[in-house]
Design a protein around this ligand. Sequence first.
Ligand SMILES: [Mg+2]
Ligand SMILES: [Zn+2]
Length: 225
Amino acid sequence: MAVMCGPLQARPSPAVFLDKDGTLLEDVPYNVDPARIALAPGAGDGLRLLAATGLPLIVVSNQPGVALGYFPEHALDGVAQRLGELFALHGATLGGFYFCPHAPAADGSLHCACRKPGDGMLRQAAAAHGLALEGSWMIGDILNDVEAGRRAGCQTILIANGNETRWQPGPLRVPDYIVGRFDEAAAIVIAQQARHLTHVSYVSPASPAPAASSAASAQHLRAVA
Ligand SMILES: [Mg+2]
Ligand SMILES: [Zn+2]
């Protein structure tokens, strides 16, 4: 599929930003023991699907346990290493692990720019890796993930697996898609990437439409011509 987007290769790539606890992993509060890290249902299959998109996969995680004194920041090194192993086991590459070590104020207000629902981690990753936030995705299990993604200009997918309990509304807290499991979220990214690549192939003079294009593709060609 990469050959179809040749003209775009010089542009910054979008990415898929992934929340960690309750999204990618079973939620074990404040856990930093690699032995207790386990993928959430559908996450292994989902990682395999996301790897096929070729998009960088970046984990962005609130880790207030550092500021609260539950564990030292360097304990997250083992978490990152185990995450990398789990990605590799499923044919994927961990493109980055960003965490916010700060805690919110007692009233819930933010002390930093990185803690979700802020978008600081996404912007930091985008700057470090040369990523295009527009066209990127944020996948998470609570509305703070959705808000962080929306603030950064990403498309957002909420995995509604019961972890969001407050459902605090807001204009930035409306996900583009709602699914039940990680692999369903990955399937949406795949489908939307395929649409994008199809679009690029037909508008690029260097990539003529395949002779045996489907009726749906032909219709799409007329739409963009
Ligand atoms: Mg979570
Ligand atoms: Zn922070």
